[in-house]
Design a protein. Structure first.
Length: 363
């Protein structure tokens, strides 16, 4: 509970109150804010742990950025809060940043390609940032844009790095999704005393963060002979589909003991399903991130453990890194090629504190 980096998640509260105050370009955003937690948090949490800009002096007085992420979802709303606060801090230094922060209603690598190609064609953006929807499909397009002279970075939850042949300049986001998967799977196995049937909800095919967590979890499951992974389903990062898949698991495998969830939506969907079927005491669930309902399930014992990512820091560092890339800097002294944003695993004993801190919920 003393992890200072994860405490910056408290800054999510101000976004949940007022939303991101985008500039005029951003008002054209073609996605709906799906967060159900607006107007439910405490304003006085806003700046308790806000980071400040480093000593780097930008070379220009204005920048224009294009940032596209996988899908409209409250997780990226939290990232947007860090983006907004970084922009405000630059404004206090008389450096003005405009940005588009856009995503489709449903994840599509081809939609993402179309977006970044159109952005590049305008030649009006200093940097294009991509939360990679599918490594195999999107990487060749990123490389083509780089070859054409565009400055492209990756950010948020999904990278495509040099090991994939990607020429992107830098990545800001979670660099340890595989490890997150191993930690959640290990917690699940320990709770089950290392035996029993388990199932998995992944998310999107090809999404690096979802796939890496799944691979990490599978590695752990394979270490224990009496743990049997009986089913894996891709829910497309949709709560309803995750709920349906979980109910299918419960019918198909009446002796199922555990479930691991690799994104925020399926953590909520799985929790809903076991609660609606009255099996919350029979199934151990581990999952991801800070959705209010997931935290309530954690508090109530429906979910056993949740790994929360530091979304605010991801957004803040995306802006500071993009400015340096726009100025022609390459990874090295001023910024790393890949950041190491934190994730922290929380259990039932932590849930009330998290709900109070993030959403103003009083026991």
């Amino acid at each position: 509970m003393r992890n200072l980096r994860i405490l910056s998640l408290l800054l999510i509260t101000s976004f949940l109150i007022s939303g991101c105050s985008y500039n005029n370009q951003q008002k054209k955003n073609d996605v709906k804010n799906t967060s159900e937690a607006k107007n439910e948090a405490l304003e006085n949490e806003r700046f308790h742990f806000a980071p400040t800009l480093d000593s780097y002096h930008p070379k220009k007085k204005s920048y224009n950025l294009y940032l596209t992420y996988k899908t409209a979802h409250p997780w990226w709303d939290a990232v947007a809060l860090g983006i907004e606060d970084a922009v405000k801090q630059y404004e206090q230094k008389n450096i003005f940043i405009t940005y588009d922060y856009l995503a489709p209603e449903k994840m599509s690598a081809y939609d993402q390609i179309e977006r970044i190609q159109k952005a590049a064609a305008t030649r009006s953006y200093d940097v294009i940032g991509v939360d990679v929807a599918d490594i195999e499909i999107v990487t060749p397009v990123i490389n083509k844009l780089i070859d054409q002279g565009h400055k492209v970075m990756t950010f948020s939850s999904s990278d495509s790095g040099k090991e994939n042949g990607c020429k992107r300049i830098a990545y800001v986001g979670n660099t340890h999704n595989y490890k997150d998967g191993t930690i959640l799977a290990q917690a699940l196995c320990e709770k089950l005393n290392y035996k029993g049937k388990v199932a998995m909800l992944v998310g999107n095919h090809g999404a690096p963060c979802h796939e890496d967590r799944a691979l990490g979890a599978k590695e752990i499951f394979s270490k224990y002979p009496e743990i049997e992974l009986v089913d894996v389903q891709y829910d497309e990062d949709l709560e309803e589909l995750a709920c349906d898949f979980t109910k299918d698991f419960l019918k198909k495998y009446p002796d199922l003991k555990g479930l691991i969830c690799c994104n925020m939506s399926n953590s909520v969907g799985a929790g809903r399903a076991v609660k609606e079927t009255g099996k919350e005491t029979q199934i151990v669930i581990t999952g991801m991130d800070h959705d209010r309902r997931a935290l309530e399930y954690l508090r109530d014992g429906v979910i056993y453990a949740l790994a929360l990512q530091d979304c605010y820091a991801i957004g803040f560092d995306t802006i500071t890194t993009a400015v340096k890339i726009a100025d022609g800097l390459l990874p090295g002294k001023e910024f790393p090629e890949m950041t190491e944003e934190a994730s922290t695993v929380f259990f039932q004993k932590d849930a009330s504190w998290l709900l109070r801190s993030l959403y103003g919920e009083i026991d």
